[in-house]
Design a protein around this ligand. Structure first.
Ligand SMILES: Nc1nc2c(ncn2[C@@H]2O[C@H](COP(=O)(O)OP(=O)(O)OP(=O)(O)O)[C@@H](O)[C@H]2O)c(=O)[nH]1
Ligand SMILES: [Mg+2]
Length: 695
């Protein structure tokens, strides 16, 4: 029998901007719950969460860590996510399986771009949120102004569950709004607190806030609201009874004043979470697409004794253990050895050993009820984002909201002959982490990998080295320019070869004209009379196609051109397919050069999120990159800039933006269109294309 019922399981994500103390807060929760007997530290590289080598070395979280502890007989499944923007995919996959988000904010820094990202990810999945105002043990923290800012940004439902009394290095005291009492925590990090009466100067404020909390909770539910109007208040029982629903439906967004590092306020936060936060039994209606009919998602009821459905939200490869697939059970009871169906791959999977994890520490688990999260080893065909289910009810659960790619690089093997190992490595890594993709671009003749940021790509190449034993370099990819024309061009090209062997003869008369953008190539014949045998038309077209692929000006594909053959000549013996191919190709090139040709460059559209005080730098940089700003909008306390920038001057924009804004800016980018290049840049590209190629 599973130890916990669905109603005893709470799944939540710790998310927020980078280095706001999420991992330390998780550490404090594990310590308070008795999972560890001392608090680790980031400096010492000893936290449960950040156990990977890269994380210890850089002192940031890179992977989300799946943790759990017990508090008041509830199982808290905590997913500690990285705040560094390159790893936002980890936040998305964690939110996908969580039931609520604990968005953590560094009280000194206020609402940051990572706070906004976390909030957006949570609301996109429809998750209720709570806020932890952290690091209150730092000098000069301003709890009140952050509270005001958060209410302005996230609404008046944002409500403090406590008021910090002595913020700063000696932070130990919090006035508790629900209980109307003063809690004084031990300063030794043990996390325990003593209870006292409120100090006289806080009584009024705390009682007033308690009253406001009652009103907020009453407003969350019609039945409670009626009672509230009748009695002009709620009983303490009604208040507590209503808290759960109010948090669940977003009518109350509790704020917890804490210091994770000093373990102050954390126990009380855990109390409130385990008593009132949404639990797995609140989500018995699960949506999925049934197979084989497909179509719209349909709701079905989760039941511990019903058919199984589980979602794989993360895959990691651990030394000595192999692939670990993290999953959440949505329906049915899942056991080791179970035969399940992978709906995404259409294959069968037998579950290996199931573990409940705390960072790298694992314990074997017999079975899992709906709502619980665990890891299973050595699945054969299952990847991140897949659904495993009973063969009697085949469904696909909704996938992960993957972030757009933000950086691209060309991957160059250091040694010849590694191509196959690299491609196996890349596909395995992509199956584990779908926020990066790779493809061989036949036009550029480069393997292009796209991901979330430079660090993301760097980590991937490190994984290629350690797991697949290949060394690669990342360089800036070539740019796929295009060639087109703005005028009409004509050519009468004669191809003639008589020296040695069989002769070749063909003459093609051709004109070309511009077509609207996005049309590509159109080839037509307006041949009249019998000057050229019709069997040669496909030969001419083949030649034109070859010229279009090879490019004329600088070796890039020609687009938006109509090529028309209207006359020509042939020879009774020497005219043949190859001769007309050659003539078609050269005629096109000649006509192209006369038709006012020019280069087009790919333009990318960017959405940039930055704090107001960095707007000047960001806008200046956009124009230095030959970009144009299309518009601005405020998004909470940040500015959102929409811009278009030529890919050729986009460089590593993610990194540039990070250094321009001290890590407070974010962007997303996508291809927008091809546009004409300025003359000067065009000449440079043409010149570079003529330069001898280094081998
Ligand atoms: N003073 C103080 N420092 C803290 C607190 N919590 C964390 N820190 C420090 O802040 C730094 C970042 O802490 P982490 O817990 O790694 O922050 P994080 O949000 O998990 O960071 P990422 O996962 O990399 O986004 C470390 O140096 C911690 O020691 C706190 O409550 N008070
Ligand atoms: Mg962390």
């Amino acid at each position: 029998m599973a130890k916990y019922k669905s109603g005893d399981i709470l799944n939540f994500v710790l998310a927020g901007h980078g280095t706001v103390g999420k991992t330390m807060l998780a550490e404090a929760m594990l310590f308070n719950g008795g999972e560890i007997n001392r608090l680790g530290s980031i400096d010492g590289g000893t936290t449960v969460s950040d156990y990977h080598e890269d994380e210890i070395e850089r002192q940031i979280s890179i992977n989300s860590a799946i943790l759990h502890t017990t508090w008041q007989d509830k199982k808290l499944n905590i997913i500690d996510t990285p705040g560094y923007a390159d790893f936002h995919g980890e936040v998305q996959s964690a939110m996908r399986v969580a039931d609520f988000a604990l968005v953590t904010i560094n009280t000194n820094a206020g609402i940051e771009v990572g706070t906004e990202q976390a909030w957006k990810a949570a609301t996109d999945y429809g998750l209720p949120c709570m806020l932890a105002f952290n690091m209150l043990d730092k000098e000069n923290t301003e709890f009140d102004s952050l509270l005001a800012a958060a209410r302005k940004r996230f609404g008046s439902k944002v409500f403090p569950m406590g008021l910090p009394v002595n913020t700063g290095p000696n932070f130990t005291r919090i006035a508790d709004i629900l209980r109307k009492e003063l809690h004084t925590y031990q300063s030794d990090g043990s996390g325990t607190f003593t209870v006292d009466k409120l100090p006289a100067d806080l009584v009024d404020q705390v009682y007033r806030l308690h009253g406001e909390l009652v009103e907020l909770v009453a407003e969350s539910d019609d039945h409670l609201l009626e009672k509230f109007f009748e009695q002009d208040q709620l009983t303490e029982d009604d208040l507590r009874g209503g808290m759960h629903g109010a948090i669940h439906n977003g009518s109350l967004i509790p704020v917890f004043p804490v210091s994770g590092e000093k373990n102050v306020g954390v126990r009380r936060m855990m109390d409130v979470i385990s008593k009132y936060a949404p639990n797995a039994a609140d989500f018995t209606e699960v949506r999925g697409t049934s197979l084989p009919d497909g179509g719209n998602e349909v709701p079905f009821q989760a039941a511990a004794n019903g058919p199984a459905a589980a979602f794989i939200f993360k895959t990691v490869s651990e030394a000595h253990l192999g692939e670990l697939s993290f999953f959440r059970v949505y329906s049915g009871t899942v056991k080791m050895g179970a035969d399940l169906h992978n709906s995404n791959q259409g294959s069968r999977e037998r579950l290996g050993a199931i573990y409940t994890m705390n960072g790298k520490k694992r314990a074997e688990l017999g079975e899992l009820v709906p709502g619980d999260i665990a890891a299973v080893v050595k699945l054969k065909h299952t990847h991140t984002g897949d659904t495993l289910c009973s063969a009697d009810r085949k469904i696909v659960l909704p996938g992960i909201n993957l972030p757009e790619h933000k950086v691209r690089a060309a991957l160059i093997p250091q040694a010849k002959g590694d191509e196959e190992k690299i491609s196996t490595g890349l596909s395995t890594l992509h199956q584990e982490d779908p926020t990066f993709v790779f493809e061989f671009d036949p036009e550029l003749r480069q393997t292009i990998i796209s991901g979330q940021g430079e660090l993301h790509l760097e980590i991937l190449t490190k994984r290629l080295k350690y797991r697949f034993h290949v060394d690669v370099d990342l360089i800036e990819p070539k740019v796929a320019y295009r060639e087109t024309i703005t005028g009409r061009g004509e050519s009468k090209y004669r191809h003639k070869k008589q020296s040695g062997g069989a002769g070749q003869f063909a003459e093609v008369w051709m004109y070309i004209e511009p077509l609207p953008p996005g049309t590509g190539l159109q080839f037509e014949s307006e041949l009249k009379g019998m000057s050229i045998d019709r069997v040669f038309i496909p030969s001419i077209e083949k030649g034109v196609n070859a010229a279009v692929q090879e490019g004329v000006l600088a070796g890039y594909r020609c687009v938006d051109v109509k090529a028309v053959v209207y006359d020509g000549k042939q020879h009774p013996v020497d005219s043949k397919d190859i001769a007309f191919q050659m003539a078609g190709r050269e005629a096109f090139k000649e006509a192209f050069l006369q038709a006012k040709p020019h280069l087009l460059e790919p333009i990318y559209e960017l959405d940039i999120l930055v704090p107001e005080d960095h707007m000047g730098d960001v806008m200046g940089d956009i124009s230095a990159r030959r970009g144009k700003v299309l518009g601005m909008d405020s998004e909470g306390q940040l500015q959102k800039v929409k811009a278009q920038v030529p890919l050729g001057s986009l460089g590593n924009y993610a990194t540039a933006l990070r250094s321009m804004t001290g890590g407070r800016g974010l962007h997303s980018q996508r291809f927008h269109s091809y546009e004409r290049m300025p003359r000067e840049d065009e000449q440079r590209v043409i010149k570079e294309s003529k330069a001898p190629v280094e081998e």
